[in-house]
Design a protein around this ligand. Structure first.
Ligand SMILES: N[C@@H](CCC(=O)N[C@@H](CS)C(=O)NCC(=O)O)C(=O)O
Length: 229
């Protein structure tokens, strides 16, 4: 099927959500057209394709748009042959979806909406506590569900590895900006070892940007906000 499909991805290189989609497309060996969006000046195509959220990523498959990274990753996994990204066992699939929702609904707002966007130091400290509590839950889940294997997906990178792994370059940017270690060898040793394996994997190296790119993005936004004052 790969090759015959018309696929266009509207993205932003430093978006962890876009990284997820680029990873799954790359793991499935699918070629696609990539279009970088300017979030300050969104294209008509983006607004038309994702009228509900106006956000990237959007994957346009044969003219039909798909929105939301988790939905897109699962769609690509189902559509294209090759090793399954989600677990095949229904209970393991459901569990992976549960933790993916937790990562996006609890962890993401705590570190990005919280630590990065906090307006005061008190607010940031509160969000650090919230982020560390969420990551501790994920450490426990990792210990329970992967039975000593290298990845959430078992011996190779799977759905949850992509979902959480897409945040890692931002975690490094947060460490450099605020000195906060979201994943650390002392508090979350299993995830620290996992993160190292993820970063070193060919799958991640292919598409995941570095922390420098995330920092440049933050600085560009801060400069634009200061200029607008
Ligand atoms: N839940 C969404 C989140 C996507 C998202 O937040 N995208 C950001 C970039 S990281 C965006 O497009 N923001 C534009 C805006 O908020 O106007 C997903 O998983 O795809």
């Amino acid at each position: 099927m790969a090759g015959k499909e018309d696929l266009k991805l509207l993205g932003l290189l430093v978006s962890p959500f876009v990284v997820r989609v680029r990873m799954v497309l790359s793991m499935k060996g699918v070629s696609y057209e990539y279009v970088e969006e300017d979030l300050k000046n969104k294209s008509e195509l983006l607004l038309k394709s994702n009228p509900v959220h106006n956000k990237v990523p959007v994957l346009i498959h044969n003219g039909k748009p798909l929105c939301e990274s988790l939905v897109i990753v699962q769609y690509v996994d189902e559509l294209f042959p090759g090793p399954s990204i989600l677990p095949t066992d229904p209970y393991a699939r459901a569990t992976a979806r549960f933790w993916a929702a937790y990562i996006d609904d609890k962890l993401f707002p705590a570190w990005y909406g919280g630590i990065v966007k906090a307006k005061t130091e008190d607010e940031r400290a509160e969000k650090v506590t919230e982020t560390l509590a969420a990551i501790a839950q994920i450490e426990e889940a990792f210990a329970k569900c992967n039975e000593g294997k290298a990845f959430f997906g078992g011996d190779s990178i799977g759905y949850l590895d992509i979902v959480l792994g897409s945040f890692l370059f931002w975690f490094e940017a947060v460490r450099r900006m605020y000195g906060v270690e979201i994943i650390s060898a002392s508090k979350t040793p299993l995830l620290a070892a996992w993160a190292e394996r993820f970063r070193e994997s060919a799958e991640a190296k292919e598409v995941v940007p570095g922390a420098d790119e995330a920092l440049q993005f933050v600085n560009k936004f801060a400069a634009a906000a200061a200029a607008a004052k």
